[in-house]
Ligand binder design. Structure first.
Ligand SMILES: Cc1cc2nc3c(=O)[nH]c(=O)nc-3n(C[C@H](O)[C@H](O)[C@H](O)COP(=O)(O)OP(=O)(O)OC[C@H]3O[C@@H](n4cnc5c(N)ncnc54)[C@H](O)[C@@H]3O)c2cc1C
Length: 380
């Protein structure tokens, strides 16, 4: 079922059409094969960059698209409908650009943002560590000032684009324990002493590399500090508020793909001489899937519109991430059920969608952490 979108401008409608056209031509035909081989589609990401789709929510003065967040999220949704790895790559890149675009000095923005937002360079966001992802304020990667550089030592874990990114936003400890001791550095991936490990062997999203990154006396120029020393945790959390909405939009797109596939199948497949969609048990399942998707889309866009209006949106973003990703897990699982045995084999994409949905409940704050954020607001 095609969503009936309310878009803020004709330009937004044209951007969405462009994204759908590129997604159909450049993403959909590659997805299965690349996921099977675990091959990252670097060139496809460049195509999106050249089309202006890699810096959509950032200022035009910095090289971005100057679009409201609600438009950017709907583009992500359209990309995720064809290939989650690419939509997630756009979301993670946008997250990695956030610290510089939001907290960078005018000089840093002028020097770095045009290349980042123009899509020639790809970013990674390095917050999690082997000993902890949820308790990010306990991170131990250390940066010590030495002359004009910071010398960074430690290990980051689970980093999307590890080994294929051109730059990393690295959250590291420059001060004492806790959130107040964390700073944010912008590092070139080619810096000597920064090394990506072998990619993790994941359940899904296999074309998207995820790996540990070791920092071994890596010297990052002090002018690459984003914000002041000690501001890193605030920057990381602020970035995640908007990043979570990207994950929610990816979940909506993935679920839409699963629902569309299952619906088409149910219209073709016959049992007992009847289309299976005409059995109430199947038709109602599809109706619930479509309704849950619509609800998740509405909540995600509500959070985006609050952000666009400059209103507080952190709790609504947590609700959107929680609801949309739990929804995607349920909808993709139900899509497998609609296909019966055929849902369980790789001849159809729904088993992949189901494996991919799982990760969305984990990244950028697990859904337990989202509930914690929401409950904390309620308890105030
Ligand atoms: C494919 C993939 C890509 C990723 N990409 C990135 C990336 O690009 N950059 C990055 O920095 N990180 C990335 N991550 C890391 C991700 O953000 C973490 O995995 C996530 O935050 C959870 O951290 P953890 O794995 O250490 O689990 P833990 O923090 O050890 O949590 C384990 C379990 O305990 C629960 N838990 C923890 N604390 C609480 C609490 N207070 N209350 C209730 N339950 C709690 C969790 O919800 C979870 O179920 C990625 C992860 C994956 C799998």
């Amino acid at each position: 079922m095609k969503p009936n979108r309310l878009l803020p401008s004709e330009e937004a409608a044209a951007i969405l059409e462009l994204a759908a056209d590129i997604a159909d031509r450049e993403l959909a035909p590659l997805a299965d094969d690349h996921e099977e081989r675990g091959a990252f589609p670097r060139e496809t990401i460049r195509v999106l960059g050249r089309a202006g789709l890699l810096g959509l929510p950032y200022d035009e003065a910095d090289g971005g698209g100057g679009q409201p967040y609600e438009v950017y999220l709907q583009v992500l949704e359209v990309l995720a409908q064809r290939w989650l790895t690419v939509a997630e790559a756009v979301s993670v890149h946008t997250l990695a650009c956030y610290p510089l675009a939001t907290f960078g000095s005018p000089e840093q923005r002028a020097e770095h943002l045009p290349a980042l937002l123009g899509g020639e360079l790809l970013g990674g966001y390095c917050l999690s560590e082997p000993a902890g992802g949820s308790d990010a304020a306990a991170l131990t990667t250390r940066a010590v000032r030495d002359g004009d550089d910071y010398v960074v030592n430690g290990t980051k874990a689970w980093i999307t684009h590890a080994g294929v990114a051109d730059f990393y936003q690295v959250f590291c400890r420059t001060g004492g324990p806790g959130a107040a001791g964390v700073s944010c550095l912008f590092a070139d991936a080619s810096t000597p002493g920064i090394e990506a490990a072998r990619p993790e062997r994941k359940m899904g999203l296999n074309a998207s590399p995820t790996a540990q990154i070791a920092f071994d006396d890596a010297r990052v120029p002090a002018e690459r500090l984003v914000g002041e020393e000690g501001a890193g945790f605030r920057i990381a959390m602020s970035a995640l508020d908007s990043g979570r909405l990207g994950i929610a939009a990816c979940a909506v797109g993935l679920a839409q793909a699963a629902c569309d596939y299952a619906t088409n199948y149910a219209k073709e497949r016959e049992q007992f001489g009847t289309r299976i969609i005409d059995f109430q048990g199947v038709g109602f399942m599809l109706a619930d899937m479509a309704t849950q998707i619509a609800a998740a889309r509405a909540l995600t866009l509500e959070a985006a519109r609050l952000k666009d209006a400059g209103r507080p949106y952190s709790t609504t973003a947590a609700q959107a991430k929680l609801f949309a990703t739990d929804m995607a897990m349920k909808v993709t699982t139900d899509a497998v059920q609609v296909l019966g045995g055929y849902g369980y084999v790789r001849d159809h994409p729904v088993e992949r969608y189901m494996r991919e949905a799982k990760v969305l409940q984990i990244v950028e704050g697990t859904n337990q952490i989202q509930r914690m954020v929401i409950a904390r607001t309620m308890g105030k």
